[in-house]
Design a protein around this ligand. Structure first.
Ligand SMILES: Nc1nc2c(ncn2[C@@H]2O[C@H](COP(=O)(O)OP(=O)(O)O)[C@@H](O)[C@H]2O)c(=O)[nH]1
Ligand SMILES: [Mg+2]
Ligand SMILES: [Zn+2]
Length: 314
């Protein structure tokens, strides 16, 4: 039987049968001799995976096979680890949930997630939440960031999960698709999903809980089927908060290709292997100076570049 992995908790996988429509799920384990794809990934099966499973007499299931993924997105399992954690598979869009209120999201964090989404060919957008808390200076910052990210090619939404503002645009975007919501703990991902989907009732406000439990609690994403029609169902994936987004596995030279606004101009650089840092006649630096590429995005580029180099060296 075929099913969709909705949730994983270590050794158990909650699977939604794809051939029966009663909406019930089956808790499955992985077949004992399941071949792990190397030991690079801490989780062989992720939320969003399509699996083949069979039923046991006690009503639980056994996963025998994981279908090839259309796409997936990974991050470093822990800060220094070489192992990766698959956040989710087979997704249509990554929504970065951010806020300028508490806990304030940095553009460095947003850009790391955007670069990773580009690297894995996943369309991304940014949702600024808690706009009910924005004072006049924050509104000005918000306007700048909106222009910056829209200029780079990313849709930007402004919402208040608390007051229910700005939700219609987000609903329109997510309908009939599988959308992954990522962001720091406390920015309001669960509150936003609750506001978007009446009746969902995810637990909200567990900020201090997560940080107190600290690094020993392994937490996983969870997917919810929230309607849509049979042909194109709507799925949302809530994730536990990410403190720092650990990027994985690419060469510094690739980085500018994961910035859409740099990709658009870098053919104009004099050197084919231009890193857009110190080289003369660099089309990227010229675009930054001309204000076509945002200085903030570029400076995050330099930071990420250095970090990738340091990671490769160390
Ligand atoms: N003022 C305000 N508070 C919000 C909003 N959205 C969420 N919160 C609060 O932010 C805290 C964290 O929300 P939660 O959904 O648990 O964040 P998560 O960790 O990203 O899932 C809770 O106390 C929420 O009530 C909002 O739009 N405005
Ligand atoms: Mg949450
Ligand atoms: Zn260049």
């Amino acid at each position: 039987m075929e099913g969709l992995v909705m949730r994983t908790t270590g050794s158990w996988y909650r699977v939604l049968p794809m051939d029966e429509a009663d909406g019930g799920t089956v808790d499955c384990r992985l077949r004992g001799n399941y071949r792990l794809r190397g030991n690079k990934q801490t989780n062989p099966v992720a939320v969003g995976d399509v699996v083949d499973y069979s039923m046991l007499e006690d009503g639980t299931g056994v996963i025998a096979e994981v279908h090839d993924r259309r796409n997936y997105i990974v991050r470093r399992a822990t800060k220094l680890s070489k192992q990766t954690h698959v956040i989710a598979a087979n997704i249509d869009r990554l929504c970065i949930v951010a806020t300028l209120a508490f806990p304030r999201t940095s553009t460095g964090f947003i850009d790391r997630l955007l670069v990773t989404a580009e690297a894995y060919h996943i369309p991304a957008c940014i949702i600024f939440n808690k706009i009910d808390l924005y004072d006049i200076p924050m509104q000005a910052v918000h306007k700048n960031l909106q222009e910056m990210y829209e200029g780079a090619g990313y849709p930007v939404y402004a919402v208040s999960a608390l007051q229910g503002t700005g939700l219609e645009e987000v609903r329109a975007m997510m309908t009939g698709q599988t959308t992954l919501f990522c962001g720091h703990s406390g920015v309001g991902k669960s509150a936003l999903l609750n506001a978007l989907v009446p009746g969902l009732e995810l637990r909200v406000g567990e900020v201090s809980d997560w940080s107190q439990k600290g690094k020993h609690t392994t937490t996983f994403a969870e997917m919810f089927a929230v309607g849509g029609d049979f042909q194109s169902p709507t799925f949302l994936i809530d994730t536990p908060g990410i403190k720092e987004f650990g990027m994985v596995d690419f060469e510094p030279a690739e980085l500018s290709h994961f910035y859409p606004e740099m990709r658009a101009v870098l053919h104009g650089c004099q050197f084919a292997n231009c890193t857009h840092r110190h080289e003369p006649h660099c089309a990227v630096k010229e675009a930054v100076e001309a204000g076509v590429i945002s200085m903030e995005r570029y400076s995050n580029y330099l930071g990420i570049y250095d970090q990738i180099e340091a990671d490769l060296g160390g």
